[in-house]
Design a protein around this ligand. Structure first.
Ligand SMILES: NC(=O)c1ccc[n+]([C@@H]2O[C@H](COP(=O)([O-])OP(=O)(O)OC[C@H]3O[C@@H](n4cnc5c(N)ncnc54)[C@H](O)[C@@H]3O)[C@@H](O)[C@H]2O)c1
Length: 310
């Protein structure tokens, strides 16, 4: 059985991925790591800066790790405030992991990309796997470069690096870390605390999304698939459903007529406008049987249930 390390384990995706992986991996074979001092979990935890190649290598060798899920990054909205830092973290931490795979110290890698690789020149509806890509954020630029480097390492050095282009991830547990789709989680928390919500996107801004359980299942399914089946060596398009802020607001208003949402768009509107409205993920469906379990309605109901909203 593989010995597994999650890098960036304390974030929105890592905190759910660790729980799901722990169901099939022995306790002493699963390792979490992040730049934070401590983990919120009781799993084995290593404080490691993903920017330190030496630290990563030492911890990976010491613990005989063969499989890495590399999630550390600065996301789209936060990244615009600190462009150089975002480029540095997103690219150089990826190079550290890719080089450990090239040296065959790690056997298998998962690294997420994002719909932020698309831009104004990409087709907007049912955006295909292959289309023009001119990302407008430093985050999107780093993800597009990262995808191409993954493809390059897979082809030039025969590494096994797998990737998904995630849309906005909706989750109930750990709050999102500074992306353009964070509103889709924040709005539920406002509703729960009895406060109206001030939305930073316009009401009809439609974006592709995925519920956290589907995102985690997709990662696990992709990693289990035989490498020979994977035609995409960069990153697979994937999506659960598409929705707008108004769609969630309407659902929540059905629960409480007093709830109100104001729309005051900020710099994140331009980012959202450059992204697809919906995604065509046929390669994922054909190559490794991707299928979402959660559509819009089921996601809203699950968030209401998980957040114990009355
Ligand atoms: N959440 C989404 O909607 C979404 C969508 C598309 C892609 N992604 C990608 O998925 C991955 C995980 O996203 P997330 O939402 O969990 O992000 P997040 O911001 O919630 O978590 C990132 C984690 O990385 C850690 N980190 C930061 N710098 C580090 C360093 N130098 N060394 C080690 N750890 C460090 C942070 O402490 C944090 O716990 C990212 O690559 C992100 O780009 C996320």
């Amino acid at each position: 059985m593989s010995r597994v390390l999650i890098v960036g384990s304390e974030g929105q995706i890592g905190s759910q991925l660790s729980v799901e992986l722990s169901k099939t991996i022995d306790f002493d074979k699963l390792f979490l790591s992040d730049i934070k001092d401590k983990s919120k979990t009781d799993f084995k935890y290593l404080k490691v800066d993903a920017l330190s190649y030496d630290d990563l290598k030492k911890n990976i060798l010491d613990n005989d790790i063969s499989e890495v899920y590399h999630l550390a990054a600065i996301l789209s909205a936060k990244g615009e405030k600190v462009p150089k830092k975002t480029w540095n973290l997103n690219m150089n931490s990826l190079f550290n992991i890719l080089n450990l795979a090239k040296e065959k110290i790690i056997k298998k890698v998962f690294w997420p990309s994002s719909i932020a690789v698309f831009g104004d020149s990409s087709s907007k509806n049912e955006t295909p796997q292959f289309t023009d890509k001119e990302p407008i954020t430093v985050y999107g630029i780093s993800k597009l470069a990262g995808e191409n480097w993954c493809k390059y390492y897979n082809e030039a050095y025969d590494t096994d690096v797998r990737s998904l282009r995630f849309p906005g991830v909706i989750s109930y547990d750990t709050p999102p870390g500074g992306g353009t789709t964070d509103y889709a989680v924040d709005i539920f928390h406002s509703f729960k605390s009895g406060k109206n919500y001030n939305c930073f996107l316009n009401e009809d801004t439609t974006l592709p999304m995925i519920y956290i359980d589907d995102a985690i299942n997709a990662i696990i399914k992709l990693m289990k698939t035989s490498k020979d089946n994977l035609r995409i060596k960069s990153s697979y398009n994937i999506s659960g459903f598409s929705m707008s802020p108004k769609m969630i607001a309407d659902e929540l208003k059905n629960l409480n007529k007093e709830f109100d949402v104001e729309y005051n768009s900020d710099f994140r509107q331009a980012i959202a406008d450059s992204w697809p409205n919906s995604i065509m993920d046929n390669y994922a469906r054909e190559d490794w049987d991707w299928k979402e379990n959660f559509d819009f309605k089921k996601t809203v109901n699950e968030m209401i249930h998980k957040l114990n909203i009355k």
